[in-house]
Write a protein that binds this ligand. Structure first.
Ligand code: NAD
Ligand code: MG
Length: 417
């Protein structure tokens, strides 16, 4: 069993911190060789001082001095957006964990794929924006794309025995001398699944803090209320996305690209306890599901895959689980799900537009410039105004992203709260 060398992008965030926990827990299996963050220089230095990666990167170049001053050893230092792509592609590693909030992870993820690195993807936004390109390039480069998002990690665990046998990787791959391809029992890319007998993928959603709030109270929802997630402790953006259900909407599109299923096969069910992470229903009606509400589990499995490694995490106590509940989402009250389905079905640049408009609307809500329902109203308005470009290349996607941000920003300025 090999030790995986991992570069973590978004090291100071909630996923980045959980990845550090995994590395501390099973150091014989995980070696952090690179850490990157946006601007929290002190936190980045503290993590680096403990984990001692050979390379660190700070995107905000004004924080370089602070980073240097707080480092107690001398790693290679990268900076800026170029530095982010460099740490993802030039450092000797087996895998890059992309845990950057928003769209900033797209270019470094593509750079990592080009350099033949396996990807562990937490940043669902990059698959929403450019799922087709990310998956196509990963297939061309024969790298694995391993989902970290808990639902998708669960689905992956249900489907992993069904990795398409027609996509066997060569047993010796010069570009991949250290990847797990040679040691993997499967020896195939995990981005191509045989889903011919999959009837439905059912993503579970906690329903967020407003699961039972009547829609007529939505306009009065405060930032503080929206930031209180009932079951998960996460970064601010994904927490607001969980309250509007845009998170689940983004995850529907993420599942469509990761597993190669049609949008019509991806459904959502409300499950307040967040114990059953997701389900796969097969042609014969059998349903497989997996459990646990601690991000260390999916992060560890994405890193150690295909091996299962003992850890110090507490096992699930089924005796303690009083009741598991499931319910249909309130589609009319939470339009995010319908908007995401529309974006995923239309395809082209529309998912990138939904994603970008949502990012701007969430920041405006967090800055108290927009009400809670105005988040999806803004997204819908921007989507309506967009003419989607079919099969876009990266430039077209980035242009649509840029346009949608400007459009959402303009819309936000016209609003009266
Ligand atoms: P967070 O806000 O806690 O952390 C974000 C990290 O990204 C920070 O390290 C920050 O420095 C970095 N970052 C932000 N903008 C950047 C940029 N332009 N360039 C480089 N680095 C940048 O976010 P999080 O909750 O850890 O979420 C990260 C990603 O993982 C998101 O895409 C989220 O949807 C996804 N995700 C998170 C969870 C969770 O439990 N937190 C679960 C599933 C998926
Ligand atoms: Mg999730």
């Amino acid at each position: 069993m090999k030790r995986k060398r991992v570069v973590v992008l978004g090291a100071t965030g909630s996923i980045g911190e959980s990845a550090a926990k995994v590395a501390r827990d099973i150091p014989e299996r995980v070696e952090i060789v690179g850490l990157a963050a946006n601007s929290k220089a002190r936190e980045l230095a503290a993590q680096a001082n403990e984990l001692r990666p050979g390379a660190v990167c700070i995107v905000d170049e004004t924080k370089l001095g602070e980073l240097r001053a707080n480092l107690k050893y001398q790693p290679e230092i990268f900076s800026g957006e170029t530095g982010l792509c460099e740490i993802a592609s030039t450092v000797a590693s087996d895998m890059v964990l992309v845990a950057i909030v928003g769209t900033g992870g797209l270019r470094p993820a593509l750079a990592a794929i080009k350099a033949g690195k396996d990807l562990a993807v937490a940043s669902k936004e990059i698959l929403v924006m450019a799922g087709e390109i990310v998956m196509r390039e990963s297939r061309e480069k024969e790298v694995h794309v391993l989902p970290v998002d808990s639902e998708h990690n669960a689905i992956f665990q249900c489907l992993e025995g069904r990795i398409s046998q027609s996509n066997k990787r060569p047993t010796s791959n010069a570009q991949h001398p250290t990847s797990n391809a040679e040691t993997s029992a499967l020896g195939v890319r995990c981005s191509a699944f045989d889903v011919s007998d999959v009837r439905r993928i059912i993503l579970t959603a906690s329903g967020g803090p407003f699961r039972e709030t009547p829609a007529n109270r939505f306009p009065g929802i405060t930032v503080e209320q929206a930031l209180k997630h009932p079951t998960w402790n996460m970064g601010q953006k994904i927490t607001i996305d969980s309250a509007t259900l845009f998170n689940k909407g983004l995850e529907m599109i993420e599942a469509h690209w990761l597993f190669g299923v049609g949008m019509a096969q991806v459904e959502v069910v409300i499950h307040p306890q967040s114990i059953v992470h997701s389900m796969v229903e097969f042609a014969d009606g059998s349903v497989l599901e997996l459990s646990h509400s601690n991000m260390c589990f999916p992060i560890q499995y994405a890193i150690t895959w295909p091996d299962r490694v003992p850890n110090s995490l507490p096992p699930l106590d089924f005796g303690e689980l009083a009741e598991l509940k499931f319910a249909r989402p309130r589609y009319d009250d939470f339009p995010a799900l319908g908007l995401a389905r529309r974006a995923g079905e239309t395809g082209g640049t529309l998912p990138a537009v939904l994603n970008a408009a949502n990012e701007i609307a969430v920041s405006a809500f967090l800055e108290k410039r927009m009400s809670f329902p105005q988040i999806w109203q803004t997204v819908e308005q921007v989507m309506d105004a967009h003419e989607s470009v079919a099969q876009p290349d990266l430039d077209e996607i980035l242009r649509a992203d840029y346009w949608a941000r400007a459009e959402a920003g303009r819309h936000a300025k016209t609003l009266n709260r």
